[in-house]
Design a protein around this ligand. Structure first.
Ligand code: ATP
Length: 443
């Protein structure tokens, strides 16, 4: 649904940049693509890994009470019965008999009219389950049906006891996972925003129900602050408070940001009560309750969840970063010359430092420097084209620092560091360069 924040032109530019510079391509493109599936190219997968690593550092590595998990995508199908996905994870869909387009009823401004062609000749809305099915074992019948996970969090609930015991954790503590999820979305759209295969970063925090709201507020604030550090502000981030809640939930918010098509959900923070562990206790027959030694009582832990998609994070970061700089580069009498620049935060930029020799005669020196630095930063060496062209190439993929090795470097053992955003250049001694860059590329 279009809203006041929508900027379709920006979406076209992003899709084209992502393809041209190797961030994101349509999957199976030479076969005509496959709707709702996307591949990350060389710069895209560098950025994706950086986004995942940053989340992991923030949510797991810098906290004493969050543990990691890496579970399978396919697991015992009863999990999805217990979670409610088999019976309830569905959307209402309708088909337009005139133009054959398929729509999700909850996304139509007017559910009696086709948004594609305006026809009123629509099929009765039908429930459409979003779980992707497969078969496990040699027989392809109903007994061997299994599902690709629709969210990465369910195995966290299922493994709750094993993780807690192995890690010797006491409440409150959390378990985090980064991994693929699959949904047979009726209408994949808006580039990678709504895909059929995507990556989630989820953290389930287990606590005493009496402290549930306190922890909900805590995680909400933590996550909002995280996005502020990544450059989102009151202008392009807002909180949507859910009024209609699932019967088991106590509170839920969405962190929404401005995407090129308008406002959209980036992350959900949910107070899920005791629903998840109770359901898995019931369906598995294993009691997942927790004995609280301090207060000598047994409780079913309450869950606070933070759940975000990697693909949506990347799209939001790219949209927020995209800029066209005309005035800065246009010289009198010249044709308009547009500098496309991604003002990506240095921590998630696919390349953090580019090493450029002033002349090919200096390639060996610049390349050796690049080799030394790639242990500390995501680096790239580029020797082709004029320095101006190379700066542009790096601006377009969001490289925050370009280091030029010139003829003077041979004598003064210093290089020129050019800042992507200010375009200022600074002479920095090679022995200070690592400290200099580390000071700039922090969170
Ligand atoms: P929506 O209402 O947009 O369908 P949702 O509320 O179903 O999303 P959740 O089930 O809460 O989403 O999933 C958690 C997060 O996973 C979302 O905030 C989003 O970042 C990501 N996500 C969910 N569905 C998709 C999808 N089809 N493609 C890409 N990312 C997704």
């Amino acid at each position: 649904m279009a809203d006041e924040a929508s900027n379709p032109e920006l979406m076209d530019k992003l899709v084209s940049l992502c393809k041209r510079r190797g961030f994101v391509f349509p999957s199976s493109e030479i076969y005509g693509g496959f709707n709702g599936f996307w591949d990350y190219g060389p710069y895209g997968c560098r950025m994706k890994r950086a986004v995942e690593a940053l989340w992991w550092k923030e949510m797991v590595e810098t906290r004493d009470n969050i543990e990691g998990l890496d579970s399978t995508i396919i697991a015992n199908p009863t999990i999805w019965k217990a979670s409610g996905h088999i019976d309830q994870f569905s959307d209402l869909m309708t088909d337009c008999k005139t133009c054959k387009a398929r729509h999700r009823v909850d996304q139509m401004d007017d559910p009696t009219t086709c948004p594609a062609c305006g026809s009123k000749d629509l099929t009765e809305p039908k429930e459409f389950n979003l779980m992707m099915k497969t078969f496990v074992g040699p027989v392809f019948d109903d007994e061997h049906v299994a599902y690709l996970r629709a969210e990465s969090c369910q195995p966290i609930f299922v493994d709750f006891h094993s993780v807690r015991v192995a890690a010797r954790q006491k409440l409150p503590f959390g378990v985090a996972q980064v991994g693929k999820a699959f949904r047979n979305e009726i209408n994949p759209r808006n580039f990678t925003f709504r895909s059929r295969e995507f990556t989630q970063m989820e953290m389930e925090f287990f606590c005493d129900g009496d402290e549930g709201m306190k922890w909900f507020e805590y995680w909400k604030e933590q996550r909002i602050n995280y996005y502020k550090k990544l450059g989102f502000s009151d202008d392009n981030m807002r909180i949507y408070v859910h009024e209609k809640l699932a019967h088991y939930a106590k509170a839920a918010i969405d962190i929404e940001v401005k995407f090129p098509f308008g406002w959209g959900e980036l992350e959900g923070v949910h107070h899920r009560g005791t629903w998840d562990l109770s359901q898995h206790s019931k369906f598995s027959g294993e009691d997942l309750s927790y004995f609280d030694h301090d207060n000598h009582r047994t409780i079913m832990p309450t869950v606070i969840e933070t759940s975000v998609g990697v693909d949506r994070t990347m799209l939001a970061l790219l949209a927020n970063a995209y800029d066209e700089d005309v005035a800065a580069t246009k010289k009198e009498g010249q044709e308009e010359d547009v500098r496309v620049v991604l003002h990506l935060p240095a921590l998630v930029a696919p390349i953090q430092v580019a090493f450029l020799p002033q002349s090919k005669k200096l390639s060996e020196n610049a390349h050796a420097l690049c080799k030394t630095f790639e242990r500390y930063f995501r680096c790239e060496f580029d020797e082709t084209g004029s320095i101006g062209k190379r700066y542009r190439r790096q601006d377009e993929i969001g490289t925050p620092y370009c280091v030029t090795f010139d003829f003077d470097s041979l004598n003064d053992n210093a290089v020129t560091v050019r800042d992507r955003d200010t375009m200022q250049q600074e002479r920095v001694g090679i022995t200070q360069l690592r400290d200099y860059l580390e000071g700039k590329i922090g969170f």
